[in-house]
Design a protein around this ligand. Structure first.
Ligand SMILES: *Cc1c(COP(=O)(O)O)cnc(C)c1O
Ligand code: SF4
Length: 443
């Protein structure tokens, strides 16, 4: 196979894109203006093979990757534009910072999940659910393209104090040795597969020794399969990476590849199919997840087609998320009732082999909350919810109720049903004393 050279487009050089002439002046301006606040990056695979330029600006992959005017409020847009036009760099920098801070750069209280070992705060890790530790390799804090909806955007925009990164594999390993209940290590980012195979090996290979018998699943959350499948085919260390996956299997552990796919278009190229085949041949399983996003995939047919195609290619549908309350959420959000309706219509139109997927799920402060549905109890319309994951594992899978709210798009907007003052998990310190909870992790 011919090696394809990786080419990046960022704010500074996006006008070099051959396809840029198919955009109106206003659309180009929007990239320049919105791109100051929400980071922008694309690559030649996304631009040449995934985006249908005849369908721009409404093409789903274009909207996923390129900033659009509606992603900022009109007021913020005009403020940024006028400072850009004036060339007032200091004022622009301050304005951009202020806007970003208002866009909830750190949703769901992630700083609460940062663990400690021997008195050291581990900024490159999060430990929220007892069995799974998230690890953010510092070499994988970027992505092949930046999704405009992404909650990791502060990491890409130089807001360093929010960058959860850690250089030393050593601290990860020390932490895991002290936590025998942890079975899963989930490498995440950014995109951990933007790091070299040798770096990933330095983190992963020690986990294959006898000392780490309790670690059963090595998980990698990545968009690379969708945005740069050549990573598994023709990139210089593609074979090394696949060999590493194979080593994990040979050591008797499961390599769980968590792939982000937002739209069936991402599954349509020959390259992605070849990459899937190579990964599956190592014994790894590929599970898939995506948020539900207005303008991208807010249609049950899109999801049903995506899940069916994934299953056909040997992938396992895993999560449908509700778009997080951060960044350009207002452009992408879908009310919870509609989200459930889309999920249900898609779910019921596929066969059982695709119904491994769970959703719509909100990654909120206490845990992953699934909207099971809208129903009526004694004349009161309610949302039925449950924790798929929770800081306190004892609370998982218990149905609970919130007052129906036609407009609600996120968990924080919900209140308990039946006139109650608190949700069941808010009683008796069920989530731990400060809501920051390492108690359950130790139990
Ligand atoms: C989603 C998530 C996980 C993984 O949860 P699974 O249900 O096991 O896939 C782990 N930690 C955090 C903080 C998460 O948000
Ligand atoms: S690939 Fe994932 S982490 Fe990277 S920008 Fe997209 S959603 Fe965010």
């Amino acid at each position: 196979m011919e090696t394809i050279k990786y080419r990046n487009y960022i704010l500074r050089n996006f006008t070099d894109l051959p396809q840029i002439s198919s955009l109106t002046q206003e659309e180009q301006e929007a990239i320049r203006v919105v791109g100051q606040v929400l980071p922008f990056k694309a690559n030649n695979y996304v631009v040449e093979q995934l985006i249908d330029w005849n369908n721009v600006p409404n093409d789903p992959i274009f909207t996923l990757t390129f900033p659009r005017k509606e992603m900022l409020s009109r007021k913020n847009y005009n403020e940024v534009k006028s400072l850009l036009d004036k060339g007032d760099e200091a004022a622009l920098k301050q304005k951009v910072y202020d806007i970003r801070m208002k866009l909830n750069p750190n949703p769901a209280g992630q700083e609460k999940n940062i663990p400690m070992v021997d008195g050291i705060k581990l900024h490159g890790m999060q430990h929220k659910y007892r069995e799974t530790v998230l690890f953010f390799p510092s070499q994988g804090q970027t992505c092949h393209a930046y999704c405009t909806f992404c909650f990791r955007w502060p990491q890409f925009s130089g807001m360093n104090e929010l960058k959860f990164a850690m250089k030393e594999a050593d601290l990860l390993h020390r932490y895991l040795l002290k936590h025998p209940k942890v079975t899963d290590v989930l490498f995440t980012g950014g995109d951990p597969l933007t790091a070299k195979a040798s770096i990933m090996a330095a983190y992963i290979e020690p986990l294959l020794t006898k000392e780490f018998d309790h670690i059963k699943n090595i998980r990698i959350g990545t968009k690379t399969l969708s945005y740069w499948p050549y990573r598994f085919l023709t990139d210089k260390d593609a074979d090394d990476l696949l060999m590493l996956f194979e080593k994990v299997q040979k050591a008797g552990k499961h390599l769980a590849f968590q792939a982000h796919f937002n739209h069936p278009a991402e599954l349509s190229t020959d390259v992605v199919k070849q990459a899937i085949e190579r990964i599956r041949n190592t014994g790894a399983q590929i599970r898939t997840q995506s948020p539900l996003l207005r303008h991208i995939n807010d249609d049950p047919k899109i999801w049903a087609n995506m899940w069916k195609e994934q299953v056909r290619l040997g992938l396992i549908p895993y999560y449908m998320f509700v778009a997080r309350d951060t960044g350009s959420k207002e452009f992408f959000d879908v009310p919870l009732e509609k989200a459930w309706d889309i999920f249900r219509k898609a779910y019921r139109s596929v066969s059982g082999v695709s119904r491994t997927v769970r959703g719509p799920s909100m990654s909120a402060g206490p845990g992953k909350v699934q909207v099971l549905g809208v129903t009526e109890v004694h004349g009161e319309k309610v949302f039925v919810l449950r924790f798929i994951q929770c800081r306190n594992p004892k609370l998982i899978d218990i149905p609970f109720f919130a007052k129906y709210d036609k407009k609600a798009t996120w968990f924080d907007e919900l209140v308990p049903a039946f006139g109650e003052k608190e949700f069941f998990f808010q009683k008796d310190n069920l989530l731990g004393k400060n809501g920051r909870d390492t108690d359950f992790i130790w139990e």
